[in-house]
Design a protein. Sequence first.
Length: 187
Amino acid sequence: MTFKSLKISFLVIFTMSLAFIGSTAHADAAVKTPSWGHWESSKITYTYSGSSKYYQKIWKSAVKKWNKTGAVKLKAVKSQKKADIVLQTSASLSTQKGLFTGYTNYSFYNHQDEDAEIVSANSTLNRDLLTSFSYTKKQRTNVATHELGHALGLSHSKSRRSVMYASNRYESISHQDKVALEKAYAD
Ligand SMILES: [Zn+2]
């Protein structure tokens, strides 16, 4: 049995567009994808909160891709209250650090000897930036898959082949991404 600390912590991970990042990438496909946390169960609910059918389809494709790994089972629910993960879009995301293609924020429990336990997550895509940098539908799906990967507990990978590469635009889920998710939900 594990004991949860009573404190819930918060974290936001921003995802940069390729235009704003330096080149520190590894082309090595064997670079491991890190994870920092996981949900209590591999059965996780989500809802899309938005009116755009176009983006609803993009998020749904991202959900399908993670479900296909077999490591998690994401299930759609209608109400935000019942949803673990809320998926949405925003017209513009800019901070003092720059412009971002998307971001994911969480609340989580800190465990003493193991990974954090995520209790809520919210992933957002920046419609304006994706449009102004002419991301294709497939590339927008890759960014959505990246954000959802964060919402499932994955961190940024140093491998350009990983969907979790910090400024990923071109890649979908790699073998290392699947392995990382399997490991995070192993018990
Ligand atoms: Zn990211």
